[in-house]
Design a protein around this ligand. Structure first.
Ligand code: ATP
Length: 256
């Protein structure tokens, strides 16, 4: 496995009396696609948000590219942020901007690129995620759910990130759209050498895209491993998830 790009140690998150994570440890290695699974409300999104700095943990440390995010000065933090891209569940696009303007937004905010270069790079990213040229000038409300997700992915790729965070990328897509998106993620990951942190419920996505899976349960990362390794884990949630009828169908589909 590659070197550790993200190291989480002793993470604790709590909202009022509700402790979401406690003593959570996780390593993410360079070049892997790590799937994060767990029951509803186990804190998959909160974990993602903690790593990208949108949620301040109560305790613990998060190190990305060797930089401790708790103590990093603002400028160093900005340099780290420029090396990752985040695609949120609903795409989180700016509704008043076109697709191209959405993809240009991180470049406008974080680089000194001139308008012409920004536009050319944005159009490249839009093509990379499989959107047609006509999508460049459309507004999010004019896009289908699948196109919005692709636009969100193009924006996450705007700064040529090394790490890509994806929060339930296939949620809400029909099975064909979801499987196309799985292939897109895998192809981009391989051609761009990305490290991917992928929150999902989708067993087909796990099979199609993930090298390794981390299971959130009991407020921590209960176990990590390949699907085959996790199938041997004797824990009620892990068993029901990896041995249920949907898991069986996903396994058969993956074995094709
Ligand atoms: N800002 C917040 N304030 C209070 N509670 C929150 C906040 N954000 C998340 N939570 C709570 O933290 C818990 C974990 O939420 P999170 O969205 O991370 O779960 P999840 O594992 O991603 O769930 P799902 O699979 O349903 O999307 C939930 O109980 C949620 O209500």
């Amino acid at each position: 496995m590659g070197d550790v790009l993200i190291k989480v140690r002793g993470l604790k998150n709590q909202f009022g009396p509700n402790v979401i994570h406690e003593g959570l440890d996780l390593d993410i290695h360079r070049g892997e696609v790590l799937g994060i699974v767990g029951g509803s409300g186990t804190g998959k999104s909160v974990l993602l948000r903690s790593i990208v700095g949108l949620q301040k943990p109560v305790a613990g440390s998060i190190t990305v590219f060797g930089v401790d995010l708790r103590t990093a000065p603002r400028a160093e933090m900005a340099r780290v942020e420029n090396r990752w891209g985040v695609m949120f569940q609903d795409g989180a696009l700016f509704s008043s901007l076109t697709v191209r303007e959405n993809v240009e937004a991180p470049m406008r905010e974080r680089t000194g690129l001139d308008a012409e270069t920004r536009r050319a790079l944005a159009d490249l990213k839009i093509a990379m995620v499989g959107l047609p040229p006509k999508a460049r000038t459309l507004y999010p409300s004019e896009l289908s759910g699948g196109m919005r997700k692709r636009a969100g992915l193009a924006r996450a790729l705007a700064l040529d990130p090394e790490i890509l965070f994806l929060d339930e990328p296939t949620a809400g897509l029909d099975p064909i759209g979801a499987s196309d998106f799985d292939v897109l993620i895998r192809n981009l990951q391989q051609s761009l050498g990305l490290t991917v942190f992928l929150v999902t419920h989708d067993l087909d996505t796990l099979h199609a895209t993930c090298d390794r899976i981390a299971v959130l349960a009991e407020r921590k990362v209960l176990v990590t491993g390949t699907i085959r390794e996790l199938m041997r884990v004797d824990h009620p949630w892990v068993r029901s998830y990896f041995h249920g009828p949907r898991a069986h169908a996903a396994m058969l589909a993956a074995e094709g």
